[in-house]
Design a protein around this ligand. Structure first.
Ligand code: SF4
Length: 497
């Protein structure tokens, strides 16, 4: 007979079971919420998804609502099996329990074995996302024509970096939104009570639930994306608009990361749409379809595998010696006005929704932290706690590696630091800002532009060996006002700009 399958709260889809009737163990541990200060809507999403799954499985699931995992596990007498959990900490937890069979991970396109074989084949070469992604497309036969990539190219990124539409309107219709039910009401009441008891505390606003908690809802969101947004996903992938925070993004990451959708099914459905549209003589733009597929089976999988490959100490890398704390105004702990229009808007969206898309994360929040020398591990925790789709495995490689360059260039060849000119080009923020993206000195000096030069000045020795940084570092020597800029930014520090 099948063993009872212990499913964590991020393993909620049918692909984590071996058969439709397999007995399931679900555990809601309150301690998880007491340990960290989550965004209110993230806590809501996780609890609601777990309780919906328990309700859906009925008698097939043993559902324990307890203080700690240990309390629940002590009550279970039968042997358990579990798909490999998603963090070093939860891996320790399952390995410590006698009688628990740990299976391979699910919920990703490439298996650990696929990744290890690919990495071994690279020898001493860098483990680049682009190469991993192409290998995965070949292995899974995704968007291929006669063995080569559809359209003759593996990568259409160049077409996917357009500034936002000039009229300030989203290229896509508004997304479909789920409706709350009585389980959501119960979750809301419980969270209110826990917070009132002082057991847990949250950041961010409570609000209508925006993300799916059941497989049905997740499939609905996927369909909605494929129907009305996939075709325009690509070009404005990196654009930011003050009044259009969803743009053409899929909003699928929380559903993928809760395990409600299997990423390979998502990729296959997108390809199917592409093939159908091509057969009807009106193909969806390939840059959009390929760009989406790249996010799901390229980036997401790569980040997952690198989390394990780089080891548990990776999160403590700090190549640029960044030791400042996450400021309270940024963390949502203080209600301080922020004048910088881009930061203020992104933090406002994050407080309201628990989500902003990848460019505000990387080029506004991450860029700010990088320039100001905020501790990468603290930033990792903050991203994990503040975003509805944030998990340890997603954030360590993304924040420590990609965003904060704390690994000295393992994941990204150069730091994602940029001045206000980038934000000005890719958004409509600067026109309404009291700072000027072209200024680095004075009352209206843009904190990103001035911060960029101060950052280069502070890290020049540590970045000196990076050939991609040679030009920007040479630029430093041409700035007659550099000492004044550095002094100005030292005084600014992490005060709200
Ligand atoms: Fe942001 Fe600088 Fe533009 Fe203001 S001027 S919105 S601070 S980039």
């Amino acid at each position: 007979p099948e063993t009872r399958r212990w499913c964590f709260a991020d393993q909620l889809g049918p692909h984590f079971l071996d058969g439709a009737q397999q007995p399931v163990l679900l555990i809601e541990s309150r301690a998880v919420f007491a340990r960290r200060r989550f965004h209110r809507q993230k806590a809501h999403l996780i609890l609601s998804a777990l309780r919906h799954r328990a309700a859906e499985l009925g008698e097939q699931a043993e559902f324990h609502r307890v203080g700690t995992y240990g309390e629940a596990l002590d009550r279970v007498r039968e042997p358990l099996s579990v798909c490999a959990p998603t963090s070093w900490g939860s891996r320790d937890l399952v390995l410590r329990r006698p009688g628990v069979l740990v299976l391979g991970a699910r919920g990703f396109v490439s298996s650990r074995g696929d990744f290890t074989a690919w990495a071994a084949g690279r020898g001493r070469q860098r483990l680049l996302m682009e190469d991993f992604y192409r290998d995965a497309r070949r292995r899974h036969g995704v968007l291929l024509d006669g063995g080569g990539p559809v359209g003759g190219r593996w990568n259409f990124d160049e077409e996917n970096r357009q500034p936002p539409p000039a009229d300030g309107r989203s290229p896509a219709p508004a997304p479909w939104w789920p409706e709350e039910d009585e389980i959501d009401q119960e979750v809301r009441a419980d969270l209110d009570r826990w917070a009132a008891d002082g057991d847990v505390s949250f950041v961010g606003d409570d609000g209508p639930r925006l993300f799916p908690v059941t497989r049905q809802e997740a499939l609905h969101r996927l369909r909605d994306f494929l129907d009305s947004r996939l075709g325009v996903f690509g070009p404005y992938e990196d654009a930011m608009l003050r009044d259009e925070r969803w743009l053409a993004h899929s909003l699928l990451s929380p559903s993928l990361n809760l395990g409600l959708l299997d990423p390979l099914e998502v990729v296959n459905r997108a390809e199917e749409r592409y093939r159908d549209s091509a057969a009807q003589g009106d193909p969806l733009p390939l840059n959009s379809v390929e760009g989406f597929v790249r996010q799901v089976m390229g980036w997401r999988d790569y980040i997952w595998h690198m989390y394990w490959h780089l080891g548990r100490d990776f999160r403590h890398r700090n190549h640029l010696a960044a030791h400042a704390g996450v400021p309270g105004w940024m963390a949502g702990l203080e209600d301080t006005a922020v004048d910088a229009a881009c930061l203020s808007d992104v933090l406002g969206d994050l407080r309201r929704d628990g989500w902003v898309h990848h460019i505000p994360r990387l080029m506004v929040l991450g860029n700010y932290a990088l320039q100001r020398g905020i501790d990468p591990s603290a930033m990792t925790d903050w991203f994990h706690e503040s975003f509805v789709d944030g998990y340890e495995w997603v954030m360590v490689a993304n924040v420590v590696g990609m965003s904060q360059h704390a690994d000295g260039g393992v994941l990204a060849t150069k730091p994602y630091a940029s001045g206000g000119a980038y934000i000005d080009r890719m958004s409509d923020y600067c026109g309404g800002c009291r700072y000027d993206p072209r200024k680095r000195l004075g009352e209206d000096a843009c904190p990103f532009t001035a911060g960029y030069w101060a950052f280069l000045d502070r890290t020049r020795e540590r970045l000196a060996g990076n050939h991609r940084m040679r030009r920007p570092l040479q630029g430093l020597d041409r700035l007659a006002d550099l000492p004044a800029v550095v002094q100005q930014e030292r005084l600014r520090g992490t005060e709200p700009p």
